[in-house]
Design a protein around this ligand. Structure first.
Ligand code: ZN
Length: 328
């Protein structure tokens, strides 16, 4: 058993200042809301005896890579380090829901992120009526490094899992707490008491995940309970995934074996593990021509609409055929 303290949480409030990224509700700005949220979260974690660092003061604006590096530099001497970048999302005014992008090189982050989303969704949905779990995803550059600078910094630019594995056990992810260009979710995020409720729920997830009671962390003592805890989560998250699968995709009886070529003309079409937007992104097609060997019906957007998906002959996964044009 080591003398290391069990856990450091590095919270990165996205962006800077009080007026960056206006929302659908007058007076809402992402940079202000996520800073306030991060302050509440820090307080809720510290109440449980957990060490917390924020990457910035309200009006500071450190570089993205630098923010991530704060988790590496300050994490020495801890058994576990969580790096979390807080944001609210924007798309077309209609999209909604909570999603997390985790480091592709730290798969352990997935279990914690899964529970984090569930907790945030639970709090938000009570009031918005619409917020749901958009899933945990990864996104990488062509060299394998994480796509987002803040995550890349947190794993020191690792391009493989091996490179990311030194020092404490690491959990790195970006949380998108709903969409601020969505009227209902922005309304929710505009209220301080709601930000506080999200922060409390998130702190409870972290404390529970690492087996830290309300009395606080107690040096090396929790190693075993950590292990038990994580095993429990394994099962739970597997269960969740199975449930999701059966809801999001139609039965395999509707899958159709086939073989034809499609052309993809956008750079970043997701390849997913199974034919639904709720399954993991395993890569991107890039522009080009691809052979489809199987078709299935599955969820294609936040509103739960379904469309056709095609399975790649390469075995890499599924792409949504709405973004692919049949050739010849
Ligand atoms: Zn943001």
């Amino acid at each position: 058993m080591s003398d290391k303290k069990k856990l450091l949480v590095v919270i990165d409030p996205g962006h800077t200042g009080n007026t960056y990224n206006a929302g659908a509700v007058k007076g809402y700005y992402e940079s202000k809301a996520v800073y306030d949220l991060s302050l509440y979260e820090k307080a809720a974690l510290e109440k449980r005896g957990i060490d917390v660092i924020l990457t910035r003061e309200r009006n500071q604006d450190p570089g993205l890579y630098e923010r991530g590096q704060m988790a590496v530099k300050n994490g020495r001497g801890y058994a576990n380090v969580v790096f979390e970048s807080n944001h609210s999302n924007a798309f077309n005014g209609k999209a909604y829901g909570v999603n997390i992008i985790r480091s592709a090189h730290l798969p352990a982050s997935e279990k914690l992120a899964d529970r984090m989303i569930d907790a945030i969704v639970k709090v938000m949905k009570l009031s918005t009526g619409i917020t749901y779990n958009r899933g945990v995803t990864t996104k990488t550059q062509s060299n394998g490094a994480d796509w987002y600078g803040v995550i890349r910094g947190a794993v020191s630019g690792a391009t493989t899992q091996g490179q990311a594995k030194n020092g404490p056990v690491r959990y790195d992810y970006i949380v998108e707490h709903g969409f601020h260009d969505n009227q209902k979710e922005c309304q929710f995020l505009s209220k301080q008491e709601n930000l506080k409720a999200i922060a409390e729920a998130k702190a409870a997830v972290i404390a529970d995940y690492f087996g830290i009671s309300d009395k606080g962390q107690s040096g090396s003592q929790g190693g075993q309970s950590d292990k038990n805890n994580q095993n429990g989560q394994n099962n739970q998250s597997r269960q969740n995934n199975q449930n999701k699968q059966s809801i999001d995709t139609d039965s395999s009886a509707q899958n159709k074996k086939t073989s034809y070529l499609v052309r993809v003309s956008i750079d970043n079409l997701n390849i997913r593990q199974s034919p639904t937007i709720h399954s993991e992104v395993v890569g991107f097609t890039g522009k080009g021509t691809f052979t489809i060997i199987e078709e299935a019906t599955g969820i294609v957007n936040a509103a739960g609409a379904k469309s056709r998906w095609g399975k790649l002959k390469s075995g890499r996964g599924w792409l949504c055929l709405d973004y692919a044009e049949k050739v010849g």
